[in-house]
Design a protein around this ligand. Structure first.
Ligand SMILES: NC(=O)c1ccc[n+]([C@@H]2O[C@H](COP(=O)([O-])OP(=O)(O)OC[C@H]3O[C@@H](n4cnc5c(N)ncnc54)[C@H](O)[C@@H]3O)[C@@H](O)[C@H]2O)c1
Ligand SMILES: O=c1ccn([C@@H]2O[C@H](COP(=O)(O)OP(=O)(O)O[C@H]3O[C@H](CO)[C@@H](O)[C@H](O)[C@H]3O)[C@@H](O)[C@H]2O)c(=O)[nH]1
Length: 459
Protein backbone atom coordinates (compact mmCIF):
# COMPACT_ATOMS: atom_id res chain seq x y z
CA UNK A 1 0.00 0.00 0.00
CA UNK A 2 1.38 3.45 -0.95
CA UNK A 3 1.80 5.67 2.08
CA UNK A 4 1.55 9.44 1.93
CA UNK A 5 2.45 11.88 4.66
CA UNK A 6 1.42 15.51 4.54
CA UNK A 7 3.31 17.94 6.75
CA UNK A 8 0.97 20.83 7.59
CA UNK A 9 -2.73 20.32 8.39
CA UNK A 10 -3.89 23.76 7.25
CA UNK A 11 -6.27 25.06 4.59
CA UNK A 12 -4.27 23.28 1.90
CA UNK A 13 -2.78 20.18 3.52
CA UNK A 14 -6.06 19.16 5.19
CA UNK A 15 -8.48 19.31 2.23
CA UNK A 16 -5.91 18.28 -0.42
CA UNK A 17 -4.79 15.13 1.31
CA UNK A 18 -8.28 14.31 2.59
CA UNK A 19 -9.43 14.26 -1.05
CA UNK A 20 -6.47 12.05 -2.00
CA UNK A 21 -7.54 9.59 0.73
CA UNK A 22 -11.15 9.80 -0.45
CA UNK A 23 -10.28 9.15 -4.08
CA UNK A 24 -7.55 6.55 -3.46
CA UNK A 25 -8.77 3.89 -1.02
CA UNK A 26 -5.52 2.00 -1.60
CA UNK A 27 -3.37 4.84 -0.38
CA UNK A 28 -2.84 5.48 3.33
CA UNK A 29 -2.70 9.19 4.11
CA UNK A 30 -1.41 10.67 7.36
CA UNK A 31 -1.65 14.42 7.84
CA UNK A 32 0.63 15.74 10.55
CA UNK A 33 1.07 19.10 12.24
CA UNK A 34 2.93 20.50 15.23
CA UNK A 35 -0.23 22.27 16.33
CA UNK A 36 -1.99 19.87 18.72
CA UNK A 37 -5.22 21.90 18.86
CA UNK A 38 -5.52 21.82 15.07
CA UNK A 39 -4.96 18.06 14.94
CA UNK A 40 -7.46 17.52 17.76
CA UNK A 41 -10.01 19.51 15.76
CA UNK A 42 -9.34 17.43 12.63
CA UNK A 43 -10.00 14.34 14.77
CA UNK A 44 -13.24 15.80 16.18
CA UNK A 45 -16.73 16.39 14.83
CA UNK A 46 -15.93 20.07 14.39
CA UNK A 47 -13.19 20.39 11.77
CA UNK A 48 -10.79 23.34 12.14
CA UNK A 49 -11.73 24.86 8.78
CA UNK A 50 -15.07 25.43 7.15
CA UNK A 51 -15.31 24.26 3.54
CA UNK A 52 -18.54 23.12 1.91
CA UNK A 53 -18.38 19.33 1.39
CA UNK A 54 -15.26 18.80 3.51
CA UNK A 55 -17.01 17.11 6.45
CA UNK A 56 -18.39 14.39 4.17
CA UNK A 57 -14.95 13.68 2.67
CA UNK A 58 -13.15 13.57 6.02
CA UNK A 59 -15.80 11.58 7.85
CA UNK A 60 -15.92 9.00 5.03
CA UNK A 61 -12.21 8.09 5.31
CA UNK A 62 -10.99 9.16 8.75
CA UNK A 63 -9.79 6.14 10.72
CA UNK A 64 -9.78 4.00 7.54
CA UNK A 65 -7.08 5.37 5.22
CA UNK A 66 -6.92 8.93 6.55
CA UNK A 67 -5.25 9.85 9.83
CA UNK A 68 -4.45 13.12 11.60
CA UNK A 69 -1.57 13.14 14.03
CA UNK A 70 1.15 15.17 15.72
CA UNK A 71 3.60 12.29 15.36
CA UNK A 72 5.53 13.96 12.56
CA UNK A 73 8.60 11.71 12.69
CA UNK A 74 6.62 8.48 12.60
CA UNK A 75 4.62 9.61 9.59
CA UNK A 76 7.81 10.67 7.76
CA UNK A 77 9.51 7.34 8.43
CA UNK A 78 6.54 5.36 7.13
CA UNK A 79 5.78 7.43 4.02
CA UNK A 80 6.78 6.89 0.40
CA UNK A 81 5.63 10.35 -0.67
CA UNK A 82 5.76 13.40 1.60
CA UNK A 83 3.85 16.60 0.88
CA UNK A 84 5.29 19.74 2.44
CA UNK A 85 2.25 21.92 2.91
CA UNK A 86 3.37 24.34 5.59
CA UNK A 87 2.74 28.07 5.69
CA UNK A 88 4.97 30.49 3.75
CA UNK A 89 3.90 33.92 5.06
CA UNK A 90 5.41 37.23 4.01
CA UNK A 91 8.52 37.98 6.09
CA UNK A 92 7.84 40.51 8.83
CA UNK A 93 11.46 41.42 9.55
CA UNK A 94 14.99 41.04 8.22
CA UNK A 95 16.06 40.91 4.59
CA UNK A 96 13.10 41.25 2.23
CA UNK A 97 10.70 42.18 5.08
CA UNK A 98 7.24 42.97 3.74
CA UNK A 99 7.88 41.21 0.44
CA UNK A 100 9.85 37.97 0.56
CA UNK A 101 8.28 34.67 1.61
CA UNK A 102 9.35 33.37 5.00
CA UNK A 103 10.70 29.93 4.19
CA UNK A 104 11.57 29.01 7.76
CA UNK A 105 8.71 26.49 8.03
CA UNK A 106 9.56 24.86 4.71
CA UNK A 107 13.17 24.58 5.75
CA UNK A 108 12.39 23.14 9.16
CA UNK A 109 10.03 20.53 7.67
CA UNK A 110 12.70 19.66 5.09
CA UNK A 111 15.39 19.30 7.75
CA UNK A 112 13.09 17.06 9.77
CA UNK A 113 12.59 14.79 6.77
CA UNK A 114 16.36 14.61 6.22
CA UNK A 115 16.96 13.87 9.87
CA UNK A 116 14.48 11.08 10.47
CA UNK A 117 13.99 9.32 7.11
CA UNK A 118 15.29 5.76 7.05
CA UNK A 119 14.35 5.01 3.43
CA UNK A 120 14.16 6.89 0.11
CA UNK A 121 11.37 9.44 -0.25
CA UNK A 122 9.68 11.57 -2.84
CA UNK A 123 9.35 15.02 -1.29
CA UNK A 124 6.65 17.20 -2.79
CA UNK A 125 6.63 20.95 -2.49
CA UNK A 126 2.93 21.79 -2.05
CA UNK A 127 3.42 25.15 -0.33
CA UNK A 128 3.62 28.20 -2.58
CA UNK A 129 7.28 29.14 -2.74
CA UNK A 130 9.63 31.43 -4.67
CA UNK A 131 11.07 30.02 -7.86
CA UNK A 132 14.07 27.72 -7.15
CA UNK A 133 13.11 26.86 -3.56
CA UNK A 134 13.25 23.19 -4.54
CA UNK A 135 16.97 23.67 -5.10
CA UNK A 136 17.50 24.73 -1.47
CA UNK A 137 15.37 21.82 -0.29
CA UNK A 138 17.42 19.43 -2.40
CA UNK A 139 20.69 20.81 -1.03
CA UNK A 140 19.47 20.31 2.55
CA UNK A 141 18.18 16.82 1.86
CA UNK A 142 21.26 15.70 -0.06
CA UNK A 143 23.64 17.10 2.54
CA UNK A 144 21.83 15.02 5.11
CA UNK A 145 21.35 11.87 3.05
CA UNK A 146 22.88 8.77 4.53
CA UNK A 147 22.98 4.99 4.01
CA UNK A 148 22.15 5.29 0.32
CA UNK A 149 18.82 7.02 0.96
CA UNK A 150 17.61 9.06 -2.03
CA UNK A 151 15.36 12.07 -2.03
CA UNK A 152 13.57 13.22 -5.17
CA UNK A 153 11.91 16.62 -5.09
CA UNK A 154 8.77 17.54 -6.97
CA UNK A 155 6.86 20.78 -7.23
CA UNK A 156 3.10 20.27 -7.12
CA UNK A 157 1.53 23.67 -6.43
CA UNK A 158 -2.06 23.88 -5.25
CA UNK A 159 -4.67 25.95 -7.08
CA UNK A 160 -7.72 25.40 -4.86
CA UNK A 161 -9.64 28.48 -3.79
CA UNK A 162 -11.12 28.69 -0.31
CA UNK A 163 -14.85 28.18 -0.14
CA UNK A 164 -14.70 25.87 -3.17
CA UNK A 165 -11.74 23.71 -2.07
CA UNK A 166 -13.54 20.39 -2.31
CA UNK A 167 -15.03 20.83 -5.81
CA UNK A 168 -11.74 22.39 -6.97
CA UNK A 169 -9.84 19.32 -5.75
CA UNK A 170 -12.37 16.84 -7.10
CA UNK A 171 -12.33 18.44 -10.57
CA UNK A 172 -9.14 20.45 -10.93
CA UNK A 173 -8.53 22.54 -14.07
CA UNK A 174 -5.05 21.04 -14.03
CA UNK A 175 -2.55 19.33 -11.76
CA UNK A 176 1.03 20.55 -12.22
CA UNK A 177 3.94 18.29 -11.39
CA UNK A 178 7.42 19.74 -11.86
CA UNK A 179 10.60 17.73 -11.56
CA UNK A 180 14.22 17.76 -12.53
CA UNK A 181 14.38 16.35 -16.05
CA UNK A 182 16.59 13.43 -14.96
CA UNK A 183 15.52 9.77 -15.20
CA UNK A 184 15.01 9.68 -11.41
CA UNK A 185 13.11 12.98 -11.43
CA UNK A 186 10.81 11.78 -14.18
CA UNK A 187 10.21 8.50 -12.35
CA UNK A 188 9.21 10.41 -9.22
CA UNK A 189 6.95 12.63 -11.33
CA UNK A 190 5.23 9.51 -12.66
CA UNK A 191 4.73 8.11 -9.17
CA UNK A 192 2.85 11.23 -8.09
CA UNK A 193 0.96 11.41 -11.40
CA UNK A 194 -0.23 7.85 -10.74
CA UNK A 195 -1.83 9.00 -7.46
CA UNK A 196 -3.75 11.81 -9.16
CA UNK A 197 -4.67 9.53 -12.07
CA UNK A 198 -7.08 7.78 -9.67
CA UNK A 199 -9.55 10.58 -10.39
CA UNK A 200 -8.00 13.31 -12.55
CA UNK A 201 -8.15 12.79 -16.33
CA UNK A 202 -4.65 12.14 -17.74
CA UNK A 203 -4.70 15.19 -20.03
CA UNK A 204 -5.14 17.42 -16.99
CA UNK A 205 -2.03 16.10 -15.25
CA UNK A 206 0.70 18.32 -16.62
CA UNK A 207 4.37 17.53 -16.16
CA UNK A 208 7.10 20.11 -16.63
CA UNK A 209 10.41 21.26 -15.25
CA UNK A 210 10.67 22.20 -11.57
CA UNK A 211 11.22 25.92 -12.03
CA UNK A 212 8.35 26.33 -14.50
CA UNK A 213 6.04 24.61 -12.05
CA UNK A 214 7.13 26.80 -9.12
CA UNK A 215 6.83 29.99 -11.15
CA UNK A 216 3.47 29.00 -12.67
CA UNK A 217 1.86 29.12 -9.24
CA UNK A 218 3.04 32.68 -8.53
CA UNK A 219 2.17 33.66 -12.10
CA UNK A 220 -1.39 32.27 -11.92
CA UNK A 221 -2.13 34.19 -8.72
CA UNK A 222 -0.57 37.36 -10.07
CA UNK A 223 -2.67 37.15 -13.25
CA UNK A 224 -5.88 36.50 -11.30
CA UNK A 225 -5.25 39.36 -8.88
CA UNK A 226 -4.30 41.61 -11.78
CA UNK A 227 -7.75 41.09 -13.30
CA UNK A 228 -9.39 42.19 -10.06
CA UNK A 229 -7.17 45.27 -9.77
CA UNK A 230 -7.90 46.07 -13.41
CA UNK A 231 -11.66 45.96 -12.96
CA UNK A 232 -11.33 47.87 -9.69
CA UNK A 233 -9.30 50.56 -11.46
CA UNK A 234 -12.10 50.74 -14.03
CA UNK A 235 -14.67 50.98 -11.20
CA UNK A 236 -13.14 54.33 -10.22
CA UNK A 237 -13.57 55.57 -13.79
CA UNK A 238 -17.17 54.30 -13.75
CA UNK A 239 -17.97 56.26 -10.61
CA UNK A 240 -16.54 59.40 -12.17
CA UNK A 241 -18.33 59.05 -15.51
CA UNK A 242 -21.66 57.34 -14.92
CA UNK A 243 -20.59 54.08 -16.55
CA UNK A 244 -21.62 50.93 -14.66
CA UNK A 245 -18.77 48.57 -13.81
CA UNK A 246 -20.97 45.44 -13.94
CA UNK A 247 -22.00 46.38 -17.49
CA UNK A 248 -18.41 47.09 -18.49
CA UNK A 249 -17.25 43.74 -17.02
CA UNK A 250 -20.08 41.95 -18.83
CA UNK A 251 -19.28 43.61 -22.14
CA UNK A 252 -15.57 42.85 -21.88
CA UNK A 253 -16.12 39.33 -20.56
CA UNK A 254 -18.12 38.37 -23.65
CA UNK A 255 -14.91 38.58 -25.65
CA UNK A 256 -13.79 34.96 -25.53
CA UNK A 257 -10.17 36.10 -25.33
CA UNK A 258 -10.96 37.91 -22.06
CA UNK A 259 -13.65 35.65 -20.57
CA UNK A 260 -16.15 36.55 -17.84
CA UNK A 261 -14.52 35.15 -14.70
CA UNK A 262 -12.70 37.16 -12.05
CA UNK A 263 -14.02 40.48 -13.28
CA UNK A 264 -16.25 41.28 -10.31
CA UNK A 265 -15.36 44.68 -8.94
CA UNK A 266 -15.09 44.75 -5.17
CA UNK A 267 -13.82 46.59 -2.14
CA UNK A 268 -10.52 44.81 -2.82
CA UNK A 269 -9.20 41.29 -2.89
CA UNK A 270 -8.17 39.59 0.34
CA UNK A 271 -7.10 36.12 1.35
CA UNK A 272 -3.83 34.62 2.42
CA UNK A 273 -2.47 34.20 -1.10
CA UNK A 274 -2.86 37.01 -3.62
CA UNK A 275 -1.03 39.79 -1.82
CA UNK A 276 1.60 37.46 -0.37
CA UNK A 277 2.33 35.78 -3.68
CA UNK A 278 2.51 39.00 -5.69
CA UNK A 279 4.84 40.57 -3.15
CA UNK A 280 6.88 37.40 -3.41
CA UNK A 281 7.01 37.87 -7.20
CA UNK A 282 7.97 41.52 -6.74
CA UNK A 283 10.81 40.48 -4.46
CA UNK A 284 11.92 37.79 -6.87
CA UNK A 285 11.94 40.32 -9.74
CA UNK A 286 13.97 42.77 -7.69
CA UNK A 287 16.43 40.05 -6.67
CA UNK A 288 16.84 39.25 -10.36
CA UNK A 289 17.61 42.95 -11.07
CA UNK A 290 14.36 43.47 -12.95
CA UNK A 291 13.03 46.68 -11.32
CA UNK A 292 10.53 47.46 -14.11
CA UNK A 293 8.99 44.01 -13.77
CA UNK A 294 8.85 44.41 -9.97
CA UNK A 295 7.12 47.82 -10.29
CA UNK A 296 4.59 46.38 -12.75
CA UNK A 297 3.40 43.66 -10.37
CA UNK A 298 3.63 45.89 -7.28
CA UNK A 299 1.00 48.13 -8.87
CA UNK A 300 -1.56 45.30 -8.59
CA UNK A 301 -1.23 45.43 -4.79
CA UNK A 302 -1.10 49.24 -4.71
CA UNK A 303 -4.35 49.40 -6.70
CA UNK A 304 -5.94 47.05 -4.17
CA UNK A 305 -4.96 49.34 -1.29
CA UNK A 306 -6.25 52.33 -3.24
CA UNK A 307 -9.61 50.61 -3.74
CA UNK A 308 -10.04 50.02 0.00
CA UNK A 309 -9.13 53.57 0.89
CA UNK A 310 -11.26 55.01 -1.92
CA UNK A 311 -14.33 53.12 -0.66
CA UNK A 312 -13.70 54.17 2.97
CA UNK A 313 -13.45 57.80 1.92
CA UNK A 314 -16.61 57.58 -0.12
CA UNK A 315 -18.46 56.27 2.94
CA UNK A 316 -17.29 59.14 5.13
CA UNK A 317 -18.03 61.70 2.45
CA UNK A 318 -21.59 60.46 1.94
CA UNK A 319 -22.17 60.42 5.70
CA UNK A 320 -21.74 64.21 5.70
CA UNK A 321 -17.95 64.09 6.08
CA UNK A 322 -17.93 62.58 9.54
CA UNK A 323 -18.62 59.19 11.05
CA UNK A 324 -17.54 60.11 14.58
CA UNK A 325 -20.04 58.56 17.01
CA UNK A 326 -22.12 57.25 14.12
CA UNK A 327 -23.24 53.65 14.11
CA UNK A 328 -21.77 51.65 11.25
CA UNK A 329 -22.88 48.07 10.69
CA UNK A 330 -20.46 45.85 8.83
CA UNK A 331 -21.98 42.91 6.96
CA UNK A 332 -19.26 40.32 6.39
CA UNK A 333 -15.78 40.00 7.83
CA UNK A 334 -14.41 36.97 5.93
CA UNK A 335 -12.25 37.71 2.88
CA UNK A 336 -14.84 36.03 0.64
CA UNK A 337 -18.06 34.09 1.02
CA UNK A 338 -18.27 30.46 2.15
CA UNK A 339 -15.21 30.61 4.35
CA UNK A 340 -14.51 31.62 7.93
CA UNK A 341 -11.02 32.76 6.91
CA UNK A 342 -10.21 36.43 7.49
CA UNK A 343 -6.59 36.55 6.40
CA UNK A 344 -5.94 39.89 4.62
CA UNK A 345 -9.68 40.50 4.49
CA UNK A 346 -10.59 43.98 3.22
CA UNK A 347 -12.92 44.19 6.25
CA UNK A 348 -9.91 44.41 8.60
CA UNK A 349 -8.62 47.52 6.84
CA UNK A 350 -12.04 49.17 6.66
CA UNK A 351 -13.01 48.48 10.27
CA UNK A 352 -9.70 49.92 11.43
CA UNK A 353 -10.34 53.00 9.36
CA UNK A 354 -13.82 53.40 10.90
CA UNK A 355 -12.26 52.95 14.36
CA UNK A 356 -9.79 55.75 13.70
CA UNK A 357 -12.68 57.97 12.64
CA UNK A 358 -14.21 57.07 16.03
CA UNK A 359 -17.36 55.40 14.73
CA UNK A 360 -19.29 52.76 16.70
CA UNK A 361 -19.16 49.55 14.73
CA UNK A 362 -21.21 46.40 14.89
CA UNK A 363 -20.00 43.45 12.87
CA UNK A 364 -21.99 40.51 11.61
CA UNK A 365 -20.48 37.56 9.75
CA UNK A 366 -22.19 34.18 9.48
CA UNK A 367 -18.97 32.15 9.86
CA UNK A 368 -16.14 34.09 11.46
CA UNK A 369 -15.50 33.47 15.19
CA UNK A 370 -15.73 36.41 17.58
CA UNK A 371 -12.19 35.74 18.82
CA UNK A 372 -10.85 35.89 15.30
CA UNK A 373 -12.46 39.28 14.67
CA UNK A 374 -11.06 40.57 17.93
CA UNK A 375 -7.58 39.23 17.14
CA UNK A 376 -7.58 40.73 13.64
CA UNK A 377 -8.65 44.17 14.79
CA UNK A 378 -6.52 44.42 17.90
CA UNK A 379 -3.44 43.51 15.89
CA UNK A 380 -3.65 47.03 14.47
CA UNK A 381 -5.77 48.96 16.99
CA UNK A 382 -5.62 49.33 20.79
CA UNK A 383 -7.67 46.79 22.76
CA UNK A 384 -9.50 49.66 24.56
CA UNK A 385 -10.75 51.02 21.23
CA UNK A 386 -12.04 47.57 20.34
CA UNK A 387 -13.81 47.20 23.71
CA UNK A 388 -15.37 50.63 23.51
CA UNK A 389 -16.33 50.95 19.87
CA UNK A 390 -16.92 47.43 18.51
CA UNK A 391 -19.66 44.87 18.98
CA UNK A 392 -19.69 41.49 17.29
CA UNK A 393 -23.31 40.51 16.75
CA UNK A 394 -24.68 37.13 15.69
CA UNK A 395 -27.86 38.29 14.02
CA UNK A 396 -27.90 40.67 11.03
CA UNK A 397 -31.13 42.39 12.13
CA UNK A 398 -29.75 43.00 15.60
CA UNK A 399 -26.46 44.23 14.11
CA UNK A 400 -28.28 46.82 11.98
CA UNK A 401 -30.56 48.13 14.73
CA UNK A 402 -29.95 51.83 15.28
CA UNK A 403 -27.34 51.98 12.51
CA UNK A 404 -26.68 55.04 10.38
CA UNK A 405 -25.13 52.92 7.65
CA UNK A 406 -24.65 49.33 6.59
CA UNK A 407 -21.45 48.47 4.75
CA UNK A 408 -21.36 45.16 2.86
CA UNK A 409 -17.82 43.82 2.78
CA UNK A 410 -18.25 40.09 2.03
CA UNK A 411 -20.43 38.67 -0.73
CA UNK A 412 -22.33 36.17 1.49
CA UNK A 413 -25.46 35.02 -0.37
CA UNK A 414 -27.63 35.54 2.71
CA UNK A 415 -27.11 39.31 2.49
CA UNK A 416 -29.11 39.30 -0.74
CA UNK A 417 -32.24 37.86 0.85
CA UNK A 418 -32.46 39.68 4.19
CA UNK A 419 -35.68 41.53 4.94
CA UNK A 420 -34.45 45.05 4.21
CA UNK A 421 -37.83 46.64 5.00
CA UNK A 422 -37.42 45.37 8.55
CA UNK A 423 -33.79 46.50 8.66
CA UNK A 424 -34.69 49.94 7.32
CA UNK A 425 -37.40 50.40 9.93
CA UNK A 426 -34.86 49.93 12.74
CA UNK A 427 -32.16 52.27 11.36
CA UNK A 428 -31.45 55.96 11.89
CA UNK A 429 -32.58 58.14 8.98
CA UNK A 430 -31.35 58.87 6.43
CA UNK A 431 -30.40 55.20 6.28
CA UNK A 432 -27.38 54.44 4.11
CA UNK A 433 -26.22 51.22 2.58
CA UNK A 434 -22.80 50.88 0.95
CA UNK A 435 -22.43 47.83 -1.24
CA UNK A 436 -18.76 46.94 -1.52
CA UNK A 437 -19.55 43.70 -3.33
CA UNK A 438 -22.21 44.71 -5.87
CA UNK A 439 -24.59 42.01 -4.67
CA UNK A 440 -27.68 43.91 -3.51
CA UNK A 441 -30.72 44.97 -5.50
CA UNK A 442 -30.13 48.75 -5.45
CA UNK A 443 -33.45 49.65 -6.98
CA UNK A 444 -35.40 47.68 -4.40
CA UNK A 445 -33.36 49.23 -1.59
CA UNK A 446 -33.93 52.73 -2.93
CA UNK A 447 -37.66 52.03 -3.18
CA UNK A 448 -37.61 51.09 0.51
CA UNK A 449 -36.00 54.44 1.28
CA UNK A 450 -32.29 53.64 1.59
CA UNK A 451 -29.56 55.92 0.28
CA UNK A 452 -27.59 53.39 -1.76
CA UNK A 453 -23.93 53.61 -2.79
CA UNK A 454 -22.32 50.89 -4.88
CA UNK A 455 -18.73 50.46 -5.98
CA UNK A 456 -18.32 51.27 -9.66
CA UNK A 457 -21.76 52.82 -10.02
CA UNK A 458 -23.37 56.21 -9.63
CA UNK A 459 -27.05 55.63 -8.99
N1 LIG B 1 -4.99 28.79 1.72
C1 LIG B 1 -5.11 28.55 0.43
O1 LIG B 1 -6.20 28.65 -0.12
C2 LIG B 1 -3.92 28.13 -0.39
C3 LIG B 1 -4.12 27.67 -1.69
C4 LIG B 1 -3.02 27.26 -2.45
C5 LIG B 1 -1.75 27.31 -1.89
N2 LIG B 1 -1.58 27.75 -0.63
C6 LIG B 1 -0.22 27.70 -0.06
O2 LIG B 1 -0.13 26.50 0.74
C7 LIG B 1 0.72 26.72 1.88
C8 LIG B 1 -0.05 26.40 3.15
O3 LIG B 1 -1.12 27.31 3.27
P1 LIG B 1 -2.27 27.11 4.34
O4 LIG B 1 -3.29 28.15 4.04
O5 LIG B 1 -2.66 25.68 4.38
O6 LIG B 1 -1.47 27.49 5.68
P2 LIG B 1 -1.92 27.20 7.18
O7 LIG B 1 -1.24 28.21 8.02
O8 LIG B 1 -3.41 27.06 7.25
O9 LIG B 1 -1.33 25.74 7.50
C9 LIG B 1 0.02 25.45 7.61
C10 LIG B 1 0.20 24.45 8.74
O10 LIG B 1 1.56 23.99 8.74
C11 LIG B 1 1.93 23.73 10.09
N3 LIG B 1 3.38 23.67 10.19
C12 LIG B 1 4.29 24.67 10.00
N4 LIG B 1 5.54 24.19 10.13
C13 LIG B 1 5.43 22.86 10.41
C14 LIG B 1 6.37 21.81 10.64
N5 LIG B 1 7.69 22.05 10.58
N6 LIG B 1 5.92 20.58 10.92
C15 LIG B 1 4.58 20.32 10.96
N7 LIG B 1 3.64 21.27 10.73
C16 LIG B 1 4.06 22.52 10.46
C17 LIG B 1 1.31 24.87 10.86
O11 LIG B 1 1.18 24.54 12.23
C18 LIG B 1 -0.04 25.03 10.14
O12 LIG B 1 -1.08 24.31 10.78
C19 LIG B 1 1.19 28.16 1.76
O13 LIG B 1 2.42 28.17 1.10
C20 LIG B 1 0.13 28.82 0.89
O14 LIG B 1 0.63 29.91 0.17
C21 LIG B 1 -2.63 28.15 0.14
O1 LIG C 1 -13.93 38.70 -9.48
C1 LIG C 1 -13.46 38.63 -8.34
C2 LIG C 1 -12.94 37.43 -7.80
C3 LIG C 1 -12.42 37.45 -6.51
N1 LIG C 1 -12.41 38.58 -5.77
C4 LIG C 1 -11.82 38.58 -4.43
O2 LIG C 1 -10.50 38.08 -4.53
C5 LIG C 1 -10.11 37.42 -3.32
C6 LIG C 1 -9.56 36.03 -3.61
O3 LIG C 1 -10.61 35.21 -4.08
P1 LIG C 1 -10.35 33.72 -4.61
O4 LIG C 1 -9.28 33.75 -5.60
O5 LIG C 1 -11.65 33.20 -5.04
O6 LIG C 1 -9.94 32.96 -3.28
P2 LIG C 1 -8.55 32.37 -2.73
O7 LIG C 1 -8.90 31.28 -1.80
O8 LIG C 1 -7.69 33.48 -2.24
O9 LIG C 1 -7.87 31.65 -4.00
C7 LIG C 1 -6.78 32.23 -4.71
O10 LIG C 1 -5.56 31.97 -4.05
C8 LIG C 1 -5.29 30.56 -3.85
C9 LIG C 1 -4.03 30.47 -3.02
O11 LIG C 1 -2.87 30.55 -3.75
C10 LIG C 1 -5.17 29.88 -5.21
O12 LIG C 1 -4.88 28.50 -5.02
C11 LIG C 1 -6.47 30.07 -5.99
O13 LIG C 1 -6.35 29.49 -7.28
C12 LIG C 1 -6.76 31.56 -6.11
O14 LIG C 1 -8.02 31.77 -6.74
C13 LIG C 1 -11.37 37.42 -2.44
O15 LIG C 1 -11.29 38.47 -1.52
C14 LIG C 1 -12.49 37.64 -3.43
O16 LIG C 1 -13.62 38.23 -2.85
C15 LIG C 1 -12.92 39.77 -6.30
O17 LIG C 1 -12.91 40.81 -5.65
N2 LIG C 1 -13.44 39.76 -7.57
Amino acid sequence: MTKICCIGAGYVGGPTCAVIAYKCPNVQVTIVDLNQARIDAWNSGNLPIYEPGLDEVVFACRGKNLFFSTEVDKAIVEADLIFVSVNTPTKKSGIGAGFAADLAYVESATRRIAQVATSSKIVIEKSTVPCRTAESMRTILEANSHDGIRFDILSNPEFLAEGTAVPDLMKPDRVLIGSLQTPEGIKAQQALAAVYANWVPKEKIITMNLWSSELSKLAANALLAQRISSINALSAICEATGADVDEVAYACGLDTRIGPKFLKASVGFGGSCFQKDILNLVYLSESLHLPEVAAYWKQVVDMNEYQKSRFSQRIVKRLFNTITNKNITVFGFAFKKNTGDTRESAAITLVNYFLQERANISIYDPKVDDDQIRADITELAPVEAFEKQIKVVHDPYQAAKGADAIVVLTEWDEFKTLNYEQIYAGMNKPAFIFDGRLILDSKKLRDIGFQVEVIGKTL
